[in-house]
Ligand binder design. Structure first.
Ligand code: 6GU
Length: 234
């Protein structure tokens, strides 16, 4: 799977994507990252990428020309349309379900906004999907792009070495993760739950499932409501 990222801070994105598991997946040829500096596509004599907002107000707005030309260059190279995500807090919140769906694409383009936003006309021209990472504001789309690319990547077969580990994690199955323990058996006067030492895999699995349920009920009861089967007569 190939990810294109359009940004005015390419070093920031490169660092996030070429470190740890994602970096290894790129070396192994499972993922490919193409991070492009929007500034390189600016036709302005000072390579400007922003301008004052029409109608006034604080901050600057990203100008359409360099964003559009960078996007066009990628689409031309690919030779076919490519799903294009714009990272913005003014969108539906990205979920594990979305990560799985995007992981089926061969290529994705992510556009990182900055300042007060991007000229709406270029968004209307190139964006297929508007994505937020949560109900708070971060300064640039770069951090959000890192989150979204990571979440999608780990749904691509071969990215995680232990394939089963994605399935056992939080949200797969709609529940939070159960607690984990390692050696020593007693630490800080606290013993590891006895059942984990029993060697009875069926009992361990049942205990973990129960812990997941208890945790979810306590911390994220909203997840349990979402998982409810459709009721009849509504
Ligand atoms: Cl996608 N971008 C920015 N800048 N802030 C956010 C966000 C995205 N999602 C939540 N907050």
């Amino acid at each position: 799977m190939k990810f294109y990222v359009l940004t005015i801070f390419p070093e920031m994105v490169e660092t996030m994507l070429r470190t740890s598991i994602l970096g290894r997946a790129e070396k192994n040829g499972i993922l490919e990252f193409d991070v492009r500096n929007i500034r390189d596509y600016s036709l302005d004599k000072h390579k400007k990428t922003d301008d004052y907002p029409y109608g006034g107000g604080a901050g600057m707005v990203m100008t359409p020309q360099p964003v559009f030309d960078a996007h066009q260059a990628i689409v031309r190279e690919e030779g076919h349309p490519v799903r294009t995500i714009y990272l913005t807090p003014a969108a539906k919140v990205f979920t594990q379900k979305d990560a799985k769906a995007f992981a089926k694409e061969e290529e994705l383009i992510l556009l990182c906004g900055h300042y007060e936003g991007v000229d709406q006309r270029v968004l209307d021209a190139i964006v297929t999907d508007y994505v937020s990472i949560g109900d708070y504001v971060v300064t640039g789309g770069e951090i959000a792009a890192g989150v979204v690319v990571d979440a999608i990547s780990r749904m691509v077969p071969g990215v995680l070495t232990n394939e089963s580990s994605a399935e056992e994690e939080s949200f797969e199955g709609g529940l939070l993760e159960y607690p984990q323990y390692t050696r020593p058996e007693i630490w800080n006067d606290v013993k590891v739950p006895e059942i984990l030492l029993s060697g009875d895999h069926a009992k361990v699995d049942a205990w973990r499932k129960e812990q997941s349920l208890l945790r979810t009920r306590e911390i994220r009861p909203d997840l349990l409501k979402k998982e409810a089967p459709p009721s009849h007569g509504e």
